[in-house]
Design a protein around this ligand. Structure first.
Ligand SMILES: C[S@@+](CC[C@H](N)C(=O)[O-])C[C@H]1O[C@@H](n2cnc3c(N)ncnc32)[C@H](O)[C@@H]1O
Length: 270
């Protein structure tokens, strides 16, 4: 058995080390090792109140979102996953964590307990609401999900289905909830050409006041008027963020609402 010095044992309990271990060891499984730190910086800069992650995976990005929220002293991270991929990767995750001496392996049979343990170790469990269920953006939009009553959503990270049809659903159902300068990130979208082109088309329509792309979604009058209000006060821009790495999940779409009138937006201008 390895004998650890008290200093080394203490360093393993340091949440900052745990966060970094998670990022380095488990981040590459879903290709999120650098996106996690980008989101962390963005949350520190923009101080969002409500952050929504669709597709929790191993909870790595969630932990980094939550650590930024915790450092801000304000906000909450809501994350949804049905656990469908956990069985296939839990052993790999456990052995990678063992390489950095995480004795978390006892929790790898049960997805929710695994996540709980990971986030507790990273010191961010109090900032996260996890829902073990199928992602249903229509239900979220109708206010029957966990984000009900939390005010507008400031940041969405959708990391579970980047097909064109799903991206239309994401935008149609989530834009009614988005704040005036909110962001929607969709993983892997820019390097899937049909989705990349679709995002450009939908945003061009929205920026010209049309909601035609959403006509098949069965949106209610309230949802229509919220999107209309958002697109009249904010302009949508699209930044395809593409890695140089040749791997799956090598890109992220950043769709950003920006108030048309910055003077009226409450930003500090100079
Ligand atoms: C790419 S991983 C998420 C990675 C995570 N966001 C990260 O950055 O580390 C996708 C996750 O979405 C979940 N998922 C896929 N389809 C889903 C659905 N329809 N409902 C709920 N979860 C789903 C899978 O179980 C998987 O854990």
């Amino acid at each position: 058995m390895t004998m650890l010095t008290p200093e080394y044992s203490a360093s393993l309990r340091d949440p900052k080390n745990a966060l970094e271990d998670l990022r380095r060891k488990l981040g590459p499984i879903y290709g999120g090792e650098y996106l996690a730190t980008l989101f962390h910086s963005l949350i520190r800069r923009e101080r969002p109140r409500t952050v929504l992650e669709l597709g929790t995976g191993l909870g790595v990005t969630t932990a980094w979102l939550a650590s930024a929220v915790k450092e801000n002293g304000i906000g909450r991270v809501y994350t949804y996953d049905n656990g469908s991929q956990f069985e296939g990767i839990r052993n790999a995750a456990a052995s990678l964590l063992q390489e950095v001496s995480w004795p978390a392996t006892s929790e790898t049979k049960d997805y929710a307990r695994f996540l709980e343990e990971v986030w507790r170790r990273a010191g961010v469990d109090n900032e996260i609401e996890f829902r073990l269920c199928d992602i249903d953006v229509r239900a979220l939009s109708a206010g029957s999900g966990a984000i009900e009553g939390q005010g507008p959503v400031d940041m969405v990270f959708a990391d579970y289905d980047h097909s064109p049809g799903n991206v239309v659903r994401l935008l149609g159902y989530l834009l009614p909830l988005l704040s005036d300068s909110g962001s929607v990130f969709v993983d892997s979208a820019p390097t899937h050409i049909p989705t990349h082109e679709l995002i450009q088309r939908v945003l061009a329509e929205l920026n010209s006041g049309s909601l035609t792309s959403f006509s098949d979604l069965g949106l209610g009058e309230e949802q229509h008027s919220r999107i209309r209000r958002l697109s009249s006060t904010s302009y949508f821009s699209y930044m395809p963020m593409i890695e140089s790495e040749h791997r799956k999940q090598n890109s992220t779409a950043w769709i950003k609402a920006l108030p048309r009138d910055l003077r009226a937006s409450g930003f500090f201008l100079h």
